[in-house]
Design a protein around this ligand. Structure first.
Ligand SMILES: Cc1ncc(COP(=O)(O)O)c(C=O)c1O
Length: 376
């Protein structure tokens, strides 16, 4: 971070290391061998991070934000006549259904309340048994609306047993929460540059099992979002088909190196967990209540209920924190007024302590009593 940067407590984009930003201070030709080596290295490292081999899986980076990669997978792999079953317990599950709708792909939805961790394997099995038209099942790993982690493996085993394709949005979890793609029978997993790997925004990536991907040949409904064509291009000459975000990819390669230097997924999770624990200690001490039960809450992002006090106005709370250099995130749950605080990115428990001290000061400024004046 530069000294002028605010601290971002969001689900990304968020603060990145100085060295990740510095990696962008290069102009590389998108078809030059030096840049092709960067792409190859990223694809190889991402497969290693995912714990899979290049023989069985392929890594396909796609330009755009994470949603572009989600849309790329759905539009490229669900065949005409196919149908998708979407497990929904938040805004990002609904987005998958929205993408299917826009693509005129028939979709069935299993909708769960957002305020607890669902266990939808039995219902998924019942749907797959009863509806043979369903070819694909989609789920969000960390539903960033609340921070709940959905049970990937439980559902994936059912999907695998029924021989259907399994698609996982691991946007806000990959890199910090271990995912066993093979045990969870995952065919397609999507994440993006500016989440737990701590790069800057500009591309997403798909880790795809080669066999179903190759079998989906001809299903693509788009030229630019065709993941099989993108993979074939990358495997032919190592290049993106269309202009890649060169600087962003250089930053991402540095971010991957820094993830490895930190100790990999487990070490990153441990840092985020410490951030989360520091946050909860201070927020609870001030009387803030989280939306989820603690056992359902992940270390990625936390939704807090608005304090029940007539002086609390989220916009004012947000602006006062912002003026002090701290950026939080609005809520997204439908049935309660909440705001969110992300605990991912290049932040540490001391940053969380600074944030919560600032929250205490803002509560005094807004004349809202906190449970423990000592926190202020
Ligand atoms: C689980 C999940 N899916 C999808 C997205 C959308 O990603 P993007 O905003 O990069 O398109 C997000 C963004 O936070 C997310 O957390």
């Amino acid at each position: 971070m530069t000294s002028k940067d605010k601290l971002l407590f969001t689900p990304g984009p968020f603060n990145t290391s100085r060295t990740v930003k510095q990696a962008m201070l290069r102009d590389l030709g998108s078809r030059d061998f030096e840049f092709i080596a960067v792409i190859n290295d990223i694809r190889r490292r991402l497969l290693t991070l995912a714990g899979v081999t290049n023989e069985e899986y392929a890594c396909i980076p796609m330009q755009g934000s994470g949603t572009y990669s989600l849309e790329a997978v759905i539009s490229s792999t669900v065949p005409v006549g196919g149908k998708i079953l979407v497990v929904i317990n938040g805004a990002y599950g609904r987005r998958i259904a929205q993408i299917a709708g826009a693509l005129k792909i028939p979709a069935e939805m299993l909708v769960y309340p957002g305020n607890f961790k669902p266990h939808p394997a039995i219902e998924v099995a019942a749907k797959l048994k009863q509806d043979h038209a369903i070819t694909h099942v989609a789920i969000i790993h960390c539903e960033t609306t609340t921070g709940v982690i959905n049970p990937l493996e439980e559902v994936g085993k059912v999907v695998g047993d029924f021989g259907r394709s399994y698609f996982v949005d691991a946007m806000s979890s990959f890199g910090a929460i271990p995912i066993n793609l093979k045990a969870a029978c995952i065919d397609y997993m999507v994440s993006s540059a500016n989440k737990c790997i701590e790069g800057v925004p500009g591309f997403g990536f798909v880790i795809a099992r080669r066999q179903p991907l190759e079998a989906s040949s001809g299903a693509a409904r788009s030229v630019s979002l065709d993941i099989l064509a993108q993979l074939k291009g990358l495997e032919k000459d190592g290049q993106f088909r269309f202009t890649p975000p060169t600087h962003v990819l250089c930053a991402f390669r540095q971010a991957l190196l820094e993830l490895e230097m930190e100790g990999g997924i487990e070490a990153r999770r441990a840092r985020y967990q410490k951030n989360y624990e520091a946050l909860m200690r201070a927020m609870r001490a001030m009387g803030f209540a989280e939306y989820l039960k603690p056992e359902d809450q992940s270390c990625i992002i936390t939704s807090f209920r608005y304090p029940e006090h007539p002086n609390f106005k989220f916009e004012e709370f947000y602006c006062r924190l912002n003026e002090k250099g701290y950026v939080i995130y609005p809520g997204k749950v439908g049935d309660a007024d909440c705001f969110r605080i992300g605990t991912i990115g290049r932040i540490y428990p001391s940053d969380i302590e600074d944030l919560t001290a600032a929250i205490g000061r803002v509560m005094v400024e807004m004349d809202i009593p906190t449970a423990q004046a000592a926190c202020v």
